[in-house]
Design a protein around this ligand. Sequence first.
Ligand SMILES: *[C@@H]1O[C@H](CO)[C@@H](O)[C@H](O)[C@H]1NC(C)=O
Ligand SMILES: *[C@@H]1O[C@H](CO)[C@@H](O)[C@H](O)[C@H]1NC(C)=O
Length: 449
Amino acid sequence: MAEVRQRKAPAVATEKHKPEASTTTDAQPAELEWSWSDYGSWPLSVRWAPAYVALIGVFIAVFYVNYVNDPGLDMSSTESCIATFNYTFRINAARHQAEHLSTHSWELGTAAEAVEELVDPQKTVFGRDPFPNDKIPSQGLHLDQALIWLHQKIRTNNQTLFADDWGVSDPAALGVAATMLGHRWPQYTDAATRQKDYLLKDAPKYINGAISHRREVAELWSDAVSMVPPFLAYYGVAMNDITLIKTAFKQIQLYRDVLSVSRGPKKGLWKHIVGPSEMADDGCWSTGNAWAAYGMVRVRATMTAWRPSNEEMTEEKKKLDRWIGEILDGAITTDDDESGLLRNYLGDDSWFGETSGTSLLAATAYRMAVLRPEIFGQEKYLSWADRKREAVAERIDDDGFAKPAVNPLKHNSREPAESSPEGESFLLMMGAAWRDCVCAGVCPQPGHA
Ligand SMILES: *[C@@H]1O[C@H](CO)[C@@H](O)[C@H](O)[C@H]1NC(C)=O
Ligand SMILES: *[C@@H]1O[C@H](CO)[C@@H](O)[C@H](O)[C@H]1NC(C)=O
């Protein structure tokens, strides 16, 4: 055997050293003269070619799934889509800040609404069936996280849901949560009823009948549209009383009659404050427009989700769509700051771009895209909302803070806030609204151009 090995070894070495010469030898003719018709004649490189092609295909697929498409997004059902959604920013850090920083009535109510939208979206008015059998949703063995967090902060032994000597509307921001809690504990329903009675009977009214935002003077602030009408509408569903939903709509109309700008470059946007005090503010505060628009969206969604109002209030729904559209159109028209964020006062180029109004108006666009896709599912609104969301998201730090955010207690301060409790809640609303739009199949999936 050793002899055989020794005899073969030099032969191989020889071939290696003179490859040119081997062309003429009979030893390996197949490698050079092969034909497609004779498989046996194919060289290895040709025989394996399909495997290379397949391998490249697999690589592209893996790359696409993992890096181009979102890796985890499971679109097989709404629930799995929500469970696997990538918000692209630290939304749980923002949630922590919203819960941690909120102290005023409207901040607490807004944070609870935001967390409900994030964690229990099916029970909010944006859910697929938020009023099973035309009733508000029940609380199971475990309360919703937002309600666990909020319930001890709601006052159940007084006329309003939160101590506030100054504001009329703001304590009503706790009204939806109180009504939901009333499903478990009747004292919350009683408290919500007293809050409703205070608003409709005792609270000061503007000359046109709009419920004042403040106690000592009758004054209209765009902010109030996020506090009062969504509560009245939701409470109306709980009480099976459509007149309250009509009252919610009427209050929005009365606010709009006074605050909406009717001509000029800011047409359709809302002024911030109209009233007799020194706080009157003709400017179109970005956050104020967002409060008004998102409040209208919540009422619009409530109307649609509840069968009786959905059937009866066709005209009101159309009007809300138009009024919400006016604010979005105004925001889009005046959106010219190079930061990509909306200016703190829309249409006033002396103001910096900031995250609070921008994120809640992006949320407004996403919600309307699902509610009225024929109008708001258009590229014009969807790609604008995506750009605003991305401009906000890239300014959210690891602690969940979005900056620069307007000082929520000094809306005309040229100095942004260190942190904004309501601004943090708006981030959750923006994230949840985008997610629900993607999961509804209206907004494009992230990564799909
Ligand atoms: C979520 O999306 C962002 C931005 O597209 C990306 O950088 C991040 O890796 C994604 N996170 C996960 C867990 O996929
Ligand atoms: C209700 O709250 C006010 C302060 O907002 C307080 O002065 C009043 O005593 C309270 N009433 C009751 C019955 O607790």
